[in-house]
Design a protein. Structure first.
Length: 362
């Protein structure tokens, strides 16, 4: 069996456009995304690709891959990816089971699954046991605008392009209400609060949001892992979602009962291996997962493969921006709110070498 010969990290910073061309009363917040790609090569020359979460912490994540993960991987045979990365969790647990350590392991796990499926000559979905679908409905996940005029313009644009589901990243009621006005009653609208509300603020605003018929409210309070409070807030009649910041299936055993929609992120939770465990937990609880996936590297492709494989997968999150360049060739972008899922070997990611050369910073 081939052994792991090489593991390299590629740190990138890619600017993007948020579609709004008019005047703003506030400067743009998020203008680029940082990412860490992992390139894994076995002794027979097969290459697997992974991605580790790296918003504003890319150098630290890359260092974790190089100095913590890489020495435990080179020269190893990996017959069982899930068992191998679980053993890696045990070896690295003293550096924490959240945050940068788990981001690094997530990237490795994705790359190992990509490699394994390529070695078998089939897509990851087929390697996991088969495909349940060839496309997945996507929602437009808008960046935060924090003012009504640009928000309404971009939300209306997404609706015109055929998205039946749109997510705001707005904690303020005025902006959420403006979003509903912009898209009308036929669009399912959600908002991600990013843990901005106090408990008292959440209790005051949720009844008003129920009247706006929100599909879900995401991460309403800090800390996001206060699951008894989340369960209590769910009694206001607005579905709640959470999980993008939860690492490993162990954390989801506590989270799943507290929310309507669990949201594992493949580049944070522990990769494909932990994502599959979370999906099994959600299925047992009668919950539909809504994968967190506002990224465009191998994590994007891996999430699509998981959506292809899992019958209970919900909506695919598409970050509604235009990147200066896409990191993978022939990226399957949404068309009329649907994303076609590649059937190429592995996760289907082929690097756009020109874009990587242009935006690589390490």
């Amino acid at each position: 069996m081939p052994t792991i010969k090489r593991l390299d990290t590629i740190v990138l910073r890619v600017p993007f456009d948020d579609f709004y061309r008019g005047e703003r009363s506030k400067p743009r917040g998020w203008t680029h995304f940082d990412t860490v790609l992992l390139r894994l090569e076995d002794s027979s020359g097969v290459v697997g690709w992974g991605e580790a979460f790296a918003y504003n912490c890319a150098e630290a994540v890359a260092a974790a891959v190089r100095h913590m993960v890489c020495p435990l991987v080179i020269g190893k045979e990996v017959a069982d990816v899930a068992a191998f990365t679980l053993d890696l969790q045990k070896k690295l647990h003293i550096w924490g089971r959240y945050g940068i350590t788990m981001f690094a392991m997530s990237g490795l796990d994705i790359a190992l699954w990509d490699l394994a499926a390529k070695q078998a000559g089939i897509s990851l979905a087929d390697h996991l046991g088969g495909r349940a679908r060839d496309s997945v409905p996507a929602y437009a996940s808008l960046v935060g605008y924090r003012e009504t005029k640009p928000l309404q313009a971009v939300a209306a644009l997404a609706a015109e392009e055929g998205f039946a589901d749109i997510k705001l990243h707005e904690p303020g009621y005025d902006c959420i209400e403006a979003g509903r006005e912009a898209v009308g009653d036929k669009i399912r609208l959600t908002t991600d609060v990013n843990c901005a509300w106090s408990i008292e603020e959440a209790e005051a605003i949720l009844p008003k949001l129920k009247a706006l018929d929100l599909f879900w409210v995401e991460e309403p309070i800090f800390p996001p892992e206060d699951y008894p409070i989340l369960a209590r807030l769910g009694e206001y009649g607005v579905p709640l979602a959470s999980g993008e910041n939860a690492c490993t299936a162990v954390e989801f055993t506590r989270l799943i009962e507290a929310v309507t929609y669990p949201q594992p992120s493949v580049i944070k939770v522990g990769g494909v291996s932990e994502f599959l465990k979370v999906a099994a937990l959600a299925k047992a609880a009668g919950k539909t997962i809504m994968p967190h996936s506002p990224y465009f590297g191998p994590g994007y492709w891996a999430t699509l493969q998981l959506c292809a494989h899992l019958p209970e997968a919900g909506l695919f999150e598409f970050l509604y921006v235009e990147a200066d360049a896409w990191l993978g060739k022939n990226i399957p972008l949404p068309k009329a709110g649907q994303v076609a899922i590649p059937d190429a070997p592995g996760i289907g990611f082929e690097p756009n070498e020109a874009a990587i050369a242009q935006f690589r910073i390490n």
